[in-house]
Design a binder for this molecule. Structure first.
Ligand code: NAP
Length: 322
């Protein structure tokens, strides 16, 4: 089969399309014919060799896939050949950017007929991150107001859809006209352009002067201190993304009993992942959750996709098509 293989860490050009042997599933594993694979910013950090998690070289990147079950191991129950599935994660030693990949059974979930394979490849990390940040870290409740600070990308769109479906008031930001139109279309009640000077001054009037109860922050190194100016009493700020150091005035948290919470999806337990995908699955089934795919690249152009995911002007998710 064809697969993307990384033999050395470095720039996107280290992503090479190669012929490799077909994988086969172990007793509790599922072999999937991959129809689409999501490209996440973390895939680029890992590929660069600068990330805390370093796979053994050579490796095949990509953890969010959608496709059709080719074969299952003898101890797998409830999933069979021909099923349409999405997977959040692949088995150790395997990679999603390939024509075939192997997943552990708990990583594999039904892909409802209303969703395309590219949409299925946009679920795992983005929706898992949004769900865990909103409910397991921020403990958001219906009726609260949330600022999705960076709403136009893969995680942001998921945050908007999930928060909206759960009865929160949603304010979301983007950096382009196209991104602003997208976040509004995905359910944001109000939108702000994070490239406009002083844009957060408009937030307090949007919340009747109260501020937001929850901030889902995609770029904490730029925004964290200013987030603390627009939070309501007892607010929770969840750091989802940060690409550098930041100085904050910690006093801004004191008077409001505010909390700053870190979140990494890698820390999710098996129980949490089960709960997350049960919740997401319900939303995918009833149509309240529908991933947005902005760009598709052929598998051979993985390097272009890795470069694109780090450029400004996000519009939903970028996926590769084997
Ligand atoms: P993405 O699709 O590339 O989207 C990036 C988002 O950041 C876009 O909405 C972009 O908006 C926005 N952004 C750019 N400048 C901003 C600013 N000054 N203020 C606020 N937002 C800004 O990436 P993603 O997959 O959504 O991931 C977002 C971040 O979360 C990344 O840093 C990623 O590494 C991180 N992440 C963390 C976890 C975790 O477990 N903690 C999981 C997944 C992702 P425009 O392009 O419209 O300007």
């Amino acid at each position: 089969m064809k697969a993307i293989v990384v033999r050395e860490f470095g720039s996107p050009e280290v992503l090479k399309l190669e012929d490799v042997p077909d994988p086969s599933p172990g007793p509790r594993q599922v072999l999937v014919r991959v129809k689409a694979v999501g490209v996440n910013p973390v895939d680029t950090y890992i590929r660069s060799g600068m990330y805390a998690r370093k796979p053994t070289l050579p490796y095949t990147p990509g953890t969010d896939i959608a496709g059709v079950v080719e074969r299952v191991g003898p101890e797998v129950a409830g999933i069979g050949t021909g099923d349409r599935v999405y997977a959040h994660g692949v088995a150790a030693g395997h990679g999603g950017s390939a024509e075939l990949t192997v997943c552990e059974q708990p990583q594999v979930h039904a892909l409802p007929p209303r969703l395309s394979f590219p949409q299925g490849a946009a679920i795992g990390v983005p929706y898992g991150t949004a769900w865990r940040a909103l409910f397991m870290r921020a403990h958001a409740r219906p009726g609260e107001a949330v600022l999705v600070h960076g709403g136009s990308g893969g995680v942001g769109v998921a945050c908007i859809q999930i928060a909206r479906a759960h009865g929160l008031r949603v304010i979301a930001t983007a950096g382009t006209d196209q991104g602003l139109a997208l976040v509004r279309e995905q359910g944001a009640h109000d939108v702000l352009n994070h490239r406009q000077a002083g844009y957060l001054d408009q937030l307090l009037p949007m919340t009747a002067g109260q501020g937001v109860d929850v901030v889902l922050e995609m770029l904490a190194n730029v925004n964290l201190d200013r987030d603390l100016d627009v939070i309501a009493p007892r607010a929770r700020v969840v750091v989802i993304g940060s690409r550098g150091r930041v100085e904050i005035d910690a006093r801004k948290t004191m008077g409001k009993d505010g909390a700053i919470l870190g979140m990494t999806l890698f820390n999710a337990s098996a129980e949490e992942l089960h709960e997350i995908h049960a919740g997401i699955g319900a939303g995918l089934e009833n149509g309240t959750l529908a991933p947005v795919v902005g760009r598709e690249f052929p598998l051979a152009e993985a390097a272009r996709a890795h470069a694109a995911v780090m450029e400004p002007g996000a519009f939903g998710k970028i996926v590769l098509i084997p």
